[in-house]
Design a protein around this ligand. Structure first.
Ligand code: ATP
Length: 334
């Protein structure tokens, strides 16, 4: 539904062209929540803003719903943008307008919608984002989380098929972040909306996204389902993001003198809650020390990750049994 075909971007700085994004090939499916993660300056905003042509690619193409929109102008561009909502880190609300008027703003700007219809739509959106009681307040009277809810309602006013989220939770505390992400997941499920979000936090990706692209210095260096990328990060940049999200320990020097080899065991889905480790340990007689562990969720699916030091004569057998039961095992170099 959204395709980048060798889409690149360079900016003119002091007369010289500076590359921000190398040619990117990427397909984002209808109805998925797609995350783009990268450090500051990696090119995330540039890539996101090419979807609604706030930035035009310097080369290559952008296709939305199968249509090449790279050079869309005038009415075509307006139609494209009406079908794509956007929310921002700092909400970008109009401070002199009430919540209801902020939400109604794009419909009034667009024109052609009768006022009674606008009022009904605003009521519906206020309910969707849980702000029924705040319609007549001004942005300054709202918390950050409430402001972002207004931003979301406003972005959905013209019933877009795509929602772009530009660091939408970066200015919010962890609890408010969780509730806004939950709202986005709910909207995705209920309205079948395609959501593309950019973030520098792996935890945001883990909570709501189906797939993720990792950007590094203008290149997509890793792309896959969140479970694959989160549990088996390949690129050094991805590994760093995952380690930050995990507060992960388990690298050699922290465990001097621990006998055996170190392994990271990853469980995903039903395997997470099955007692297979104790079964295998009993059966093979291997010994283990638990060095670190975490059980959590990737979107709606449980996962677990344990770092163990294991030793025993039948270690290979134990590893083979665990693998056969669907556990991913990675040896950690001490
Ligand atoms: N309008 C512009 N003019 C010149 N250079 C730009 C412009 N916009 C972005 N850049 C440069 O392009 C590169 C990518 O920027 P971009 O904003 O896409 O990265 P980002 O990953 O979104 O970073 P951040 O997380 O800090 O917003 C950076 O080096 C940035 O300085």
């Amino acid at each position: 539904m959204i395709r980048f075909e060798a889409a690149s971007k360079s900016y003119k700085v002091n007369g010289a062209l500076v590359p921000a994004l190398q040619p990117v090939d990427l397909a984002i499916e209808k109805g998925e929540v797609f995350g783009i993660i990268g450090h500051s300056g990696a090119g995330k905003s540039t890539l996101l803003r090419m979807v609604n042509l706030l930035e035009r690619p310097s080369s290559g193409k952008v296709l939305v719903d199968g249509r090449d929109v790279t050079h869309a102008e005038g009415a075509d561009l307006r139609r494209l943008r009406a079908g794509i909502g956007m929310i921002f880190q700092h909400f970008n609300l109009l401070s002199s307008r009430t919540v209801a008027d902020n939400i109604a703003f794009p419909l009034r700007l667009q024109g052609g919608t009768p006022e009674a219809e606008i009022t009904a739509r605003v009521d519906e959106l206020l309910k969707l984002v849980g702000l029924e009681a705040h319609a007549d307040k001004y942005p300054a009277q709202l918390s950050g989380g409430q402001k972002q809810r207004v931003g979301i309602a406003r972005a959905l006013a013209s019933k877009p098929g795509i929602l772009l989220c530009d660091e939408a939770t970066s200015a919010l505390d962890p609890q408010t972040t969780a509730s806004v992400l939950e709202l986005l997941a709910d909207i995705n499920r209920r309205l079948g909306l395609t959501i593309v979000l950019i973030t520098h936090e792996m935890d945001v990706i883990r909570r709501v996204c189906d797939r993720v692209a990792v950007l590094d210095a203008g290149n997509v260096v890793e792309l896959g389902t969140v479970a694959d990328v989160f549990l088996h990060p390949q690129h050094p940049t991805t590994r760093r993001f995952v380690a930050e999200a995990d507060h992960r320990e388990g690298r050699g020097p922290e465990y001097p003198g621990i006998p055996g080899k170190l392994f990271r065991l990853s469980f995903h889905g039903d395997a997470t809650y099955s007692p297979m480790l104790s079964r295998v340990v009993r059966d093979t007689g291997v010994e283990y020390n638990l060095l670190s562990g975490r059980v959590d969720r990737i979107k709606d699916t449980p996962y677990g990750q344990l770092t163990l030091a294991m030793h025993g004569e039948r270690l290979d057998d134990a590893l083979a049994q665990l693998r056969a039961a669907g556990v991913d095992i990675e040896e950690v170099v001490k």
